[in-house]
Structure formats: C-alpha cells, structure tokens
Design a protein around this ligand. Structure first.
Ligand code: CP
Length: 308
C-alpha cells in the first residue's frame, strides 16, 4: 500500500487505495458503535486536542466522541473562552498546547491554510476540521461514505451539490474527493456564488440551472447559504434564491428515482432546503451525522495508530 499520509489537511497525497481503506475501516468503526460497550483501546495513551477557532456542533462533538471511543485523552480548546481574546497568536496558542504533550490536533479556523500552520508549529499530525472556504475533508469523507453505504459504490454515481458554492469548503472538498472515488459532481448555484475555476477539476461540471443539475443525480446535496461569509451583492433576495435553488420535492422529481438528499448542516430550513424534504424518507441528513463519528474514528486510526 502507498505510504500513510501524516496529516489530513486536504486530499493531496491521499491515493484511491488509502481513501478506500479509510472508508472500509469506517464500516468496522460503525460496528464498534453498535456494541453495548462502544470503546476500543486503539488510542490509549495518546492526547488529542480539538482546537476550534470557529464554532461547530457536529464536527467538534463527533471528533471528541470518536477520540474518546478509541480511548484517547481529549483536550478541547475553544478560542472564544481562551487567551486568543487577549491577542494571543495562533502560533503561541499551539506552542502552549504542544508543551502540554498533545499528540495530534483537530483544527477549525476561519483562515484558509490555518491547519497547515498548526502542522508546522506543532510538528504533530493534524486533521483539518474546516479552514475558511478552502477545505473540510472529513465532511467530504462522511458524505462519500453515506452515498457509498446507500448504493454500494460511488463508481458511476452523480452527486449534485446546490447552493452557495463560492463560500463552501464542503463543496470544494467534495469536488476534490468524489471524482477520485469514481463519481461525477455537478456544482450548481447562482452565477455570483459559482466560481468558474472549479470547472477545471476532473469529473466536475458547473451549471446555474438546478433542474439540469439534478437530472440523473443519485444524490442531491443542499448547501447552507453562508451569510456570515458574504459581504453583500451576491443575491437579489433570499426569497428569489429559495424560489429557484431550494432543494424540495418539486426539484427532486427531476432526479433519479431513489435519489437521496444530503445536507452537511447546519440547515436553514425552508431556505436552501424545504423542511418537508429535510425530514423526508429520501433525507440522509441524520445518517450523515451518525456516519461522521465512524468516519472520524477511521481517520484518527489511520493517522495515529502504530505511528512513532
Ligand atoms: N457540517 C459541519 O461542519 O457542521 P458543524 O459546523 O456543526 O461542525
């Protein structure tokens, strides 16, 4: 097998063989999570730090549970109640945590490239839990895993991703990962939220027409409108956006029979996704959340077990 990458910052250096092994291992982790005692000793003696400089519910909690299920000690750093508020730099913060003998970091930060900096400052394995608009690799892995769980393979499947592509690290990571696994990706949104350069990625096409995007799609992912990253001028109005781009039953009538619906969360119900679609039989939103824990256990296992 190809050498094991030291970090998961994005998918650079992650071969198909490694990615497939990681997804296969998530099946085993899901079996662990079905047991009465949901714990294995794989990370005993290691200390994992979740260093979150930006808010999170799913990613932080699932990583902390994943590390604890594997018997690691977990230290949870949240910038909001730390000395970052007194002006402490990212470098000084990470050097302090590393002095406490942290063995690996899970990092979320509003700045693209922050996880790379943590890898450099700490010298420890780092998992990127979302850096600005750039990458959110474990979200893409759990999305891929959820589609694979549904259809048995990603080979030949089409995934339509609809919404605020411009500000979405989830869209970028999925556009990088899913074609590596044999799927096609269609990115769709208003022209102002659809950067043309993404069409250069292999296996990725762009359209501003949501009907065209979902035609032939096996999975349709709605993305959150990221108002906190928008400085205005991208949309006429939220109602106009919802009228055209909302993922709802009317739009899904054009998708493949049996198409599933995904959303990375948090959702704006009745804006980018209708509430009834979010709660429908097609929806795999809570399955994505559930799979997040097993996939993140698998990532921790791949990066940390058996490494000196
Ligand atoms: N999908 C996702 O990253 O959710 P959180 O912001 O809650 O972690």
């Amino acid at each position: 097998m190809t050498p094991r990458p030291r970090h998961l910052l994005d998918f650079e250096g992650w071969t198909l063989e490694r990615l497939t092994a990681l997804l296969d291992n998530a099946d085993t982790m899901n079996q662990v999570l079905e047991r009465p005692v949901k714990k294995v000793p794989a990370l005993q003696g290691l200390t994992v730090c979740t260093a979150f400089f930006e808010n999170s519910t799913r990613t932080r909690i699932s990583f902390e549970l994943a590390a604890r299920r594997m018997s690691a000690d977990v230290v949870s750093f949240a910038a909001g109640n730390s000395s970052v508020s007194k002006g402490e730099s990212l470098r000084d913060t990470i050097e302090v945590l590393t002095a406490y003998k942290v063995d690996a970091y899970i990092v979320r930060h509003a700045a693209a490239g922050a996880a790379h900096l943590v890898a450099r400052y700490s010298g420890k394995p780092v998992i990127n839990a979302g850096d600005g608009r750039r990458a959110h690799p474990t979200q893409a892995l759990l999305d891929a895993y959820t589609v694979r769980q549904e259809f048995g393979t990603l080979e030949g499947k089409t995934i339509a991703i609809i919404g605020d592509i411009r500000h979405s690290r989830v869209a970028r990571s999925n556009a990088e990962l899913l074609p590596k696994l044999g799927a096609k990706v269609v990115l769709c949104g208003p022209a102002t939220l659809l950067p043309a350069d993404l069409a250069a990625l292999p296996g990725v096409t762009l359209t501003t027409n949501p009907r065209e995007a979902v035609r032939g799609a096996h999975a349709v992912m709605a993305l959150r409108l990221q108002s906190e990253r928008m400085s205005g001028g991208y949309l006429g109005s939220l109602q106009e956006y919802a009228d055209t781009y909302q993922v709802n039953e009317r739009l899904l009538a054009e998708a493949e029979a049996g198409a599933i619906v995904l959303h990375p969360g948090p959702m704006n119900r009745d804006l980018e996704i209708s509430a009834d679609t979010a709660d429908s039989e097609r929806s795999r939103v809570l399955k994505q959340v559930e799979n997040g824990q097993a996939v993140r256990m698998s990532v921790l296992y791949h990066l940390l077990v058996g490494r000196e």
